[in-house]
Structures are given as C-alpha cells and as structure tokens.
Design a protein. Sequence first.
Length: 291
Amino acid sequence: MKKDQMPSGRRMVLRIAAALGATTTVGLFSLDRAGAPGTTAPPARLSPPRAPRPPAPAPAGGPAASRPVASSPYRLHPMTSYAPPRFRRALPPVRQRPFLRVSGAGNTMVLTFDDGPDPRYTPDILSTLRHYGVRAMFFVCGEMAVHHPDLLREMVDDGHVVGNHSWSHPLVPKLPPSRIRDELGSTSEVIEQSAGSAPLWYRAPYGAWNRLSFEIGAELGMEPLAWTVDTLDWQEPGTATIVRRVLDGAAPGVVVLSHDAGGDRSQTVRALRTYLPRLLDEGYHLTVPRR
C-alpha cells in the first residue's frame, strides 16, 4: 500500500461521518423556523440615525465571566471538506446594513421586543400575543436568557422567533472582534440549549452595527434585523404615547421596536393591550419574517 493511500475501512468511516454531518448541516440552515408567509427583503434606504440611549456598563470580563463558553454543533464544521458540494453549508451573504422592513402579502407588520426575557413583563406580553393569536420576535440578551430558559421555551412553543441581542447589551463598535464573537456566540448557545435551535436573526444593542458585527453574525448563521418604528418605550413616555407612536407608524412592512426588559416595562405591556386589537381591526397581519 502506498503512503498516500487510506485504508478502506477508514475511508468508509470518513464517508459515513461526512454524510451524517452534511445532512445535519442542511437541516439546520434550511429549516423554516417562523413558518409565516412572506420573506424579508433588503431595505431601499436606511432610516435616519437615532440617538442611542446611554449604554449600561457591561459586566467585568463579558459573558466569559458569567458562564463558561462551551462548543456546540453550530460552531463546529467537522469534515465538511469530505462532503459532496451539494451538502456543504453556504454562509449567508455579509450585509453592509441591517434589514429595516419586511415584505409580504397585504398589510404585514412585525412586532419585536428587546432585552428580555424578564419574568416581570415578558409573561404578560406573551399572554396578550397568545390571546390575539399573534406571533412576534424577541431579541434576547444572554445574561437574561440563561436565567429564564422556561420563557424562551414558551416563546418557541407559541410560534415566536427568538433572536440574538448579545450577551450583556454592550456598544458593539467599541468592542474587539473576540468580544463581539463571545457576546453573540455565547448568547446563541444559550438560545440553542433552551429553545432547541440556534437563532437565525440578531440585533445590535442601541442599533449600533459595524462591519465586524455583520461578518461575525453571518459566520454564526444569522441575519441582521433593525426596525422601522421606534416606540422609545424605554424612556417611559406614557402608555398613550407608546400607543400613538405605533398606530401613527403602522404601514405595510413596518418593524416595530419595543422592550420587555431593561427597566419598568409596565407601560409597554399596557400599550400592547391597546394597540394590538386596533391594528388587527385595521386589517394588519402581524407575523414574523421567514428564512
């Protein structure tokens, strides 16, 4: 036997392992987790920049200080070079800006909630959405999600989409690449462990994106989603003001930003109970994007 030849038994093991690994990869990235009609489409233009709220100080040491980072299947690509080309995973394109709107039939809108889950407010939001049969997106922070896996499972059971909002809600452009990867990767692992699958969407804290965040997000299999209408509910402007901002901004393709954590979100909970039935009465289809 020549030195560059492989024993037939070993070749067989490698072929079997490659086929199994490739099949798993195909299932992971072709799965329609949302199951809703319509697909996201790149925006024609970016929304005007908004003044971000002052960032809260991140825990010393970042997510690595909060919990050990363990490897998981979506971060590993064993033996993919042995798989036939049709089975190899193709990374999504690296965006230069996030999606701001969605496309779909009729008056489609998307409701999104950031910073949770928070056991004080998230259950009430889930209950209201369930009452009206509406699905939404929850962009969770890892440091919150790791303590409330039951709420993540409830989101998934109700058909909502769970997205990645970093671990500790830092200002991403000020972070080195290793910290960005840790913030996003650690959060994706928590979501995968609790919800059963890794997230397909992510959102930068404060809406502050940079090239590295787009690249690392794509490597982790996620697409960036921003928003069209900002309720500014984190400023606690009053329930009526939040309701007015949502109703005034309602239009086909709009993505609404609200929060279910990060402060007193009782106004957000009450506002949702008011504007959600009004949007439905006006003929809006509130759903989640599909990938």
